[in-house]
Design a protein around this ligand. Structure first.
Ligand SMILES: C[S@@+](CC[C@H](N)C(=O)[O-])C[C@H]1O[C@@H](n2cnc3c(N)ncnc32)[C@H](O)[C@@H]1O
Ligand SMILES: Nc1nc2[nH]cc(C(=O)O)c2c(=O)[nH]1
Ligand code: SF4
Ligand SMILES: [Mg+2]
Length: 260
């Protein structure tokens, strides 16, 4: 179910515009195979909220971040739409789903109904909600929308993105609270030094163990052609460092088609 109306009523960041109504801005809701991470290949219903507190230049969900579009759904509407599908796994993604208070209500109610929940998040917000798999994708310096890489302007978002993208105490709380995979978007070999530095800080800060097995390197690329250029380097880096490689199965299968 693609939902891509230019609906009014969300501020540019999509932050708590829904706080009073309890509704969620939904960009799309569809069934597919989980394309990324530990559960790659598992049939899942994807709920994509609109609005993000970051602006990665490479964001593959442009209409949830740079130019948010959505319809407003009540949590009951979202649950009813999910139940139309024959699936046990639900992936809550965005945009950044955890900037919306109502995501907590949705996650609690999905858990009550027996669904397995994955949340795809940039790791800047800790929710008060049950999550089976926190799929955390901390954003590296190579994601910052500097003027030369800005898809929508001249670097106006770079400073805000840079200030917000990494928050080690928040990441530590996420790994302590949830079964977590850390999924880094890798643009090239030069990203590894930052990943290593961040993991060191996170391991020092967190009271639970962050295993190399829970660190996933994912090639940057919104299309098959773009992945073609990055995937082999990223696979080599995973081998060299002892981290996991994750494909982007949905891009391999369906390229950049919406609703996949
Ligand atoms: C669109 S984001 C939404 C969830 C959350 N905002 C986040 O960034 O984790 C979903 C996933 O796609 C990844 N992603 C976005 N654009 C990408 C790209 N061009 N290449 C590879 N992964 C990308 C993100 O890092 C994240 O793991
Ligand atoms: N098939 C498929 N798998 C995914 N895993 C994470 C996704 C996301 O956009 O968060 C995603 C997506 O958009 N499609
Ligand atoms: S944090 Fe996620 S949704 Fe937000 S801009 Fe980056 S990739 Fe897109
Ligand atoms: Mg995606």
């Amino acid at each position: 179910m693609p939902v891509a109306n230019d609906a009014p009523g969300v501020d540019i960041e999509g932050t708590d515009a829904d706080a009073e109504s309890g509704d969620l801005p939904i960009n799309e809701l569809f069934q597919s195979l989980q394309g990324e991470g530990r559960l790659a290949g598992v049939p899942s219903v994807f709920v994509r909220t609109s609005g993000c507190n970051l602006r990665c230049w490479f964001c593959d969900s442009y209409h949830t971040s740079w130019e948010p579009t959505h319809d407003w759904f009540t949590v009951d509407d979202v649950l009813a739409a999910i139940e139309e599908y024959d699936a046990n796994h639900v992936v809550l993604t965005g945009g950044e789903p955890l900037i919306h208070d109502s995501s907590e209500d949705l996650l609690a109610r999905l858990t009550d109904r027996g669904y397995h929940t994955t949340v795809e998040t940039n790791g800047t917000v800790v929710p008060d909600a049950p999550i089976d798999l926190a799929s955390v994708s901390p954003k590296l310096a190579s994601s910052t929308p500097t003027a030369d890489r800005d898809p929508d302007g001249n670097g106006e978002w770079a400073d805000r993105h840079e200030e917000r993208r990494l928050d080690v105490p928040t990441l530590a709380e996420l790994v302590e609270t949830y079964d977590t995979q850390l999924k880094f978007v890798v643009t090239g070999r030069e990203d590894m030094a930052e990943i290593e530095r961040l993991l060191k800080r996170l391991r020092d800060a967190a009271s639970t163990c962050v295993r190399d097995d829970d660190v996933l390197l994912m090639p940057e690329g919104q299309t098959r052609d773009q992945l073609e250029a990055t995937r082999e380097t990223v696979a080599d880096l995973a081998l060299e460092h002892g981290y996991r490689y994750t494909p982007r199965l949905h891009v391999d299968l369906w390229n950049d088609a919406p609703g996949t």
